[in-house]
Design a protein around this ligand. Structure first.
Ligand SMILES: [Zn+2]
Length: 406
């Protein structure tokens, strides 16, 4: 029986069961498509194919986990999702261009079918993986103010928990629900109870954009309810550029001590690897969010319940020296998990492999093969890229255990 704050508990449960038990030779069903995987790999040139084969060589057919997959939508097909109208008009060119790029990259060609097309494309790309792949799919709550009012002006998009749970029920073994419940929402505790009962074990926050302060003592009853239900928190750490934000201080990794001290397991998204914040331990000093995230991971008090995902550490705006540092921290590997932050890897400007080549983390030849994989399947591209990254000094790569379902 895994401890209730272990990764295998957090990502186990009713929705992961099918993926966990699927051996390499699992009979084909709607979720596992060996034929789709075969035809994708066969469509690649020999160099790209060899890169994919190397990325899967030590996976040995085990199920994979992508711990950070966004679902977005416009509310079509009864999803209940919402996108801020400013994303959809040229009155706000920057937001509009960003939204259009993301939707196009994620396979949306018809706004009237946006939500169905988004999920359909994601499933298709997942089916082309040469091993079973479980996707932790994320809801996204509204921005709330401290007094419990919904602030639509500060909400870029909204993805309801009901939709996330319904998708996970439709795709057991493929989709693991990660609900998003704002602690300042008046019905937050009832929603936690409801989602726990539905089998959700993870709650996702993006404080910089959603406006909750993880260090706020008024959130304690929320954390206590989470702890009672053995629910873990997947929380963005670091600066935030893909969602507009007026509160980068809320992305300070040190603010997560409060839930941890109350017994809640926490996954810091992105290992905090953008921006800097006040070093709350050394008043008057600033530190990079990455340094602060490492300080949290190094804190012996949190060793059994603090983790980090490596989603978007390869991002264009990220400091790629951080990847080298992580590759030197083999002691942390058991507490790091892979996430793609899909759809971002599908957006060309969001991940620039040429910068990773300049940083010495991949070779010129690998970059060219990765570009070929990306054109066919950006989700697979993200996976193969993470498996290809190598510390030029030590030759160390991230181990298979960071990519498999714990
Ligand atoms: Zn994300």
């Amino acid at each position: 029986m895994p401890s209730q704050t272990s990764l295998s508990f957090i990502f186990g449960g009713p929705f992961a069961a099918a993926g966990q038990s699927a051996p390499a030779s699992a009979p084909e069903n709607s979720e596992t498509r060996p034929d789709a995987a075969r035809s994708l790999v066969q469509a690649l040139g020999p160099g790209a194919r060899a890169l994919v084969e190397r990325a899967f060589a030590d996976i040995e057919g085990r199920a994979l986990l992508d711990s950070h997959v966004h679902i977005i939508g416009m509310g079509t097909g009864g999803s209940g999702a919402y996108a801020n109208p400013k994303l959809l008009t040229w009155k706000h060119p920057a937001s509009h261009v960003k939204a259009s790029l993301i939707l196009k990259a994620a396979g949306v060609t018809d706004l009237a079918l946006a939500d169905e097309q988004y999920v359909g494309q994601l499933l298709k790309w997942a089916q082309e993986f040469p091993a079973p792949l479980a996707l932790a799919i994320l809801g996204f709550d509204y921005h709330y103010t401290k007094d419990g009012a919904k602030d639509l002006g500060k909400t870029e998009f909204y993805v309801p928990d009901e939709y996330i749970v319904r998708l996970a029920e439709l795709h057991p073994g493929r989709m693991i629900p990660v609900v998003s419940i704002h602690p300042y929402a008046p019905d937050a505790l009832e929603r936690l109870d409801r989602c726990a009962k539905a089998g959700a074990r993870l709650v996702k926050w993006l404080p910089n954009a959603q406006g909750m302060d993880p260090l706020d003592p008024d959130v304690d009853p929320f954390y206590q309810t989470m702890a009672r239900h053995n629910m873990a928190l997947l929380c963005h750490t670091g600066g935030e550029t893909s969602v507009s934000s007026d509160a980068q201080r809320l992305g300070n990794p040190l603010r997560l001590r409060r839930p941890l001290d109350l017994g809640v397991a926490v996954i810091m998204a992105h290992v905090g690897n953008t921006g800097s914040n006040d070093d709350l331990d050394n008043p008057g000093k600033r530190a990079s969010n990455f340094v602060l995230a490492l300080r949290m991971l190094d804190d012996p008090r949190y060793r059994d319940r603090l983790y980090s995902d490596i989603s978007m550490i390869t991002g264009t705006s990220r400091n790629h020296r951080d990847i080298r540092i992580l590759l030197e921290r083999a002691d942390l590997f058991p507490r790091l998990i892979n996430g793609s932050d899909y759809p971002l890897p599908a957006v060309d400007v969001a991940v620039s492999p040429i910068l990773l080549q300049f940083a010495g983390l991949i070779t010129d030849e690998e970059r060219r093969h990765l570009a070929e994989i990306r054109r066919k399947n950006p989700l697979l591209f993200d996976f193969v890229l993470k498996r290809t990254l190598k510390n030029p000094k030590t030759g160390v790569r991230f181990p298979a255990s960071m990519f498999t379902l714990p």
